[in-house]
Design a protein around this ligand. Structure first.
Ligand code: A2R
Length: 315
């Protein structure tokens, strides 16, 4: 008997793996219609959803699938899945933690260094022929010896802090609870952390609990020479406040991989030479996307065979 799976919005590599493996596993793939729901004739049979981290899996979709057993999210963040509703229906939710720690941490540090050393600005300077025409560009700012703050010290936050160690003057972090055995200084108040560091790197989960956590007050505390890096979720930062702070010179710069309304990026950020912008690519390497796709598959296979999930979401 065929197992029916609804695949929604998966990145290319994950979709390809799922599509290639499905026949051998006896899986039939379905795609949602324009209303976001599966074809009505198969909805009753669908036992699994495979979704990207940018896909909304809400109560309406979950309730449209009475036989659903698992929602396998291809991301570490599952803030767009209604986990509480899934649980109330006995549906397992899984995600793909850990396998992307290194790549996300690498991009966080890369963004911080790029803003400080004005990498994109000087790259454009060379390409525009200005080096030859005008001589050396203005000086940039050393990343070594600065005070770095990490908002969120989970799997990825710790990988970021470890990467900062060789050159940071000081590393501190803010979480709701101090992390046992972490060698870095815990600061219980986020505004206090922001005012004590030169660079603040954001790597907490998204969703309602952290929406706007990096507020106008936090940005003000970071100050006119401070740099914000966000590799978490766009909504964690008050983006309007960020645009206003940059425009008024109340914030030094920003390295952003995530935005409030992706893929739309405010023109003020695009126009600012104090911003380095990347299109939500922190985990987007061949190696990590393969590992995420395989973990998504392993979770589907386990739960559809009535085995425990490999990486269920916590709680
Ligand atoms: O607050 P704690 O003690 O639960 O620490 C977690 C922290 N965190 C927060 N910190 C301050 N204020 C909050 N409201 C808050 N909520 C959570 O974020 C913990 O240190 C960290 C999350 O760590 P993990 O669950 O290990 O997540 P991971 O794998 O590091 O990924 C973080 C996020 C994903 O959810 C995606 O949105 C993004 O990175 O790719």
């Amino acid at each position: 008997m065929s197992i029916d799976i609804l695949a929604i919005g998966l990145p290319a590599l994950a979709d390809k793996l799922l599509t290639e493996c499905a026949p051998a596993l006896g899986w039939t793939l379905h795609r949602p219609g324009p209303d976001g729901l599966p074809p009505p004739e198969v909805a009753d049979r669908i036992t699994a959803v495979a979704a990207s981290g940018a896909t909304t899996v809400d109560a309406r979709l979950i309730d449209a699938l009475p036989a659903l057993k698992i929602i396998s999210v291809h991301a570490v963040g599952y803030d767009l899945t209604d986990v509480a509703h899934a649980r109330s229906r006995g549906v397992v939710v899984t995600h793909t933690p850990d396998v992307l720690n290194d790549d996300v941490a690498d991009l966080a540090v890369l963004l911080a260094l790029s803003v400080l050393r004005r990498l994109t600005v000087v790259d454009a300077y060379v390409r525009a022929g200005r080096w030859a025409a005008e001589g050396p560009p203005p000086l940039s700012r050393s990343a070594t010896g600065l005070r770095y703050g990490v908002l969120g010290l989970g799997r990825i936050g710790q990988a970021i802090a470890r990467r900062l160690e060789p050159f940071a003057g000081d590393i501190a972090y803010h979480t709701r609870r101090p992390v046992a055995d972490a060698p870095w200084r815990h600061v219980p108040d986020l505004v206090a952390l922001a005012s004590a560091v030169d660079v603040l790197i954001v790597i907490v989960p998204g969703g309602d609990a952290t929406r706007g956590l990096v507020s106008a007050e936090v940005l003000e505390a970071l100050g006119p020479t401070g740099v914000l890096v966000n590799v978490a979720r766009g909504e964690v930062v008050d983006q309007d406040a960020l645009v206003a702070a940059l425009a008024a010179g109340r914030l030094g710069g920003a390295g952003l991989d995530v935005f409030a309304d992706e893929p739309n990026v405010p023109q003020a950020l695009i126009d600012s030479d104090r911003c380095v912008l990347t299109p939500h690519v922190a985990s987007a390497t061949v190696q990590t996307r393969n590992a995420m796709a395989e973990l998504m598959m392993s979770n589907l296979e386990a739960v559809l065979a009535d085995r425990p999930p490999v990486t269920p979401v916590p709680g």
